[in-house]
Design a protein around this ligand. Structure first.
Ligand code: NAP
Ligand code: HSE
Length: 433
């Protein structure tokens, strides 16, 4: 066997640059662990004239993707260009040519992971994608290996750093969403078009990957019910705090017997829950296993070196598999049937904020509607709104089905005395689980 593992690196942006730094900087450790040296033989970029923050031999740089994926001189392709096309075509062609793949691409793996993994199996190739969820946190390996003897029933994740930065700032400084989003863009956390982050699409992709691996089902992106943070107000956060909660963009994946729900939504999380104190751009994934109980994985969800460590650790696994001659044999395809919960089967506590006429009998009308839909209250705050002719009512319910709470919202909306249903959020943590 060749004593050098030859890498074709696709992309030399944030993550690609980190990959080169780690391979160069940790070369001896990598060799000690694998017995082989790892060498970057080609680097695919778009713009060969771009200034790079690391010095790279000019002859390594190429714009010819098809030459890279076909080269007999390459054993492993590391894809860190991002996006669906042409990354998907590059990866499929590389697999066709018998190259192992390491990728950080959550968009691609959430949408086309099944097709890529099938191709990899046909060609006895490895495909690893640790960096695609929660950047530097080794959560996928923990799910696949660490929890292999357990049965995971719940995963909750703060898996998007941009939105967690925004929610943390809004909570700590009482600032408005638009103001903090602008700051996040100036700091380079949020992109010029922040839609994928703030509308929950990025987190939904990560939750599809987590629940596929954690629950052994073929979870598709369209199975993940997602809502973002763009309508969360400073007032919502302030009331949540008064009631003992923080609001986070939370990915929630639950399994009850064989019924599964996966969602991403702004959620009140009780201050006693470890996820409530995950702040700034940090990520965390809380995993509950029937046997082990509660665990939590915390760390940087993005950034050059954190993300690159995950990529290079995957590379190390590929190299170890090459030495053992077991590439393509380690991955376990989803083996459980997927049964998604209906709205009658999704049960949770909820937070409701209403603006109402401050008149006699209004609270009675509201509680009647709640009772008719089998929803009972755990906490209520009422206070004057806009000078006193109107009132604001803030409620946290006991456990209710999603169907009932949605019907409550519809009925409340129809009441003349309810001027606006301002917000409705799911509630997690606290005593009643
Ligand atoms: P990036 O900074 O935008 O870098 C992308 C690189 O790919 C650039 O070097 C670019 O070339 C090259 N590239 C893009 N399209 C190409 C094409 N069609 N042909 C050839 N080269 C192409 O992206 P990144 O932040 O490193 O992210 C890479 C991947 O990692 C994405 O899938 C992302 O979701 C994932 N990820 C990133 C982070 C993070 O912290 N950034 C964290 C977790 C996962 P030029 O340099 O010539 O423009
Ligand atoms: N946009 C992502 C985030 C980057 O904010 O977490 C890491 O996937």
């Amino acid at each position: 066997m060749n004593q050098t593992v030859r890498v074709g690196l696709m992309g030399l942006g944030t993550v690609g640059t980190g990959v080169v730094r780690i391979i160069q900087g940790h070369q001896q450790d990598l060799q000690n662990q694998t017995g082989l040296s790892i060498e970057v033989r080609r680097i695919l970029v778009q713009d060969t004239d771009k200034e790079r923050s690391i010095s790279i031999e000019k002859e390594l740089i190429t714009t010819d993707a098809m030459e890279l994926v076909a080269s007999p001189d390459i054993d492993v392709v590391v894809e860190v260009i991002g996006g669906i096309h042409p990354a998907k075509e590059f990866i499929l062609q590389a697999l066709e040519n018998g190259k192992h793949i390491v990728t950080a691409n959550k968009d691609l793996m959430a949408l086309h992971g099944a097709e890529i993994l099938k191709k990899a199996q046909e060609k006895s190739c490895d495909v690893f994608y640790e960096a695609s969820v929660a950047g530097g946190i080794p959560i996928l390996r923990a799910l696949v290996e660490g929890f292999s003897s357990d049965r995971i029933t719940k995963m909750m994740g703060i898996v998007n750093g941009t939105t967690n930065f925004i929610m943390t700032k809004m909570s700590q400084e009482g600032a408005d969403y638009a103001e903090v989003l602008k700051e996040a863009q100036e700091l380079g956390y949020a992109e010029a078009d922040p839609t994928a982050d703030v509308e929950g699409h990025d987190a939904a992709r990560k939750m599809a990957i987590l629940s596929t691996l954690g629950f052994h089902v073929d979870m598709r992106l369209e199975d993940v019910d997602s809502r973002g943070i763009s309508r969360v107000s400073a007032e919502d956060i302030s009331y949540a705090k008064k009631l003992g909660y923080e609001i986070k963009l939370l990915g929630i994946a639950k399994r009850d017997d064989n019924l599964i729900e996966v969602s991403v939504q702004p959620t009140l999380i009780h201050k006693s829950h470890p996820l409530a104190s995950v702040n700034g751009v940090f990520n965390a994934v809380y995993v509950y296993g029937e046997a082990v109980g509660e665990t939590m994985f915390y760390g940087p969800g993005a950034g050059e070196l954190p993300t690159a460590t995950a990529v290079v650790s995957d590379l190390v696994t590929v190299v170890k598999n090459m030495k053992l001659g077991v590439n393509g044999r380690g991955s376990v395809a989803p083996y459980q049937e997927k049964y998604l919960k209906t709205d009658e089967q999704i049960v949770s506590k909820y937070f409701l904020r209403l603006i109402v006429d401050d008149k006699r009998g209004v609270l009675a009308q509201i509680t009647r509607i709640l009772a008719e839909h089998d929803v009972s209250l755990e906490q209520v705050i009422q206070q004057p709104y806009r000078g006193g002719r109107e009132a604001e009512i803030i409620m946290v319910t006991h456990q209710a089905t999603r169907r009932n709470i949605v019907n409550v919202e519809k009925e409340l909306d129809k009441l003349d005395s309810v001027l606006q249903v301002k917000s409705l959020y799911r509630v997690e943590g606290g005593e009643e689980e």
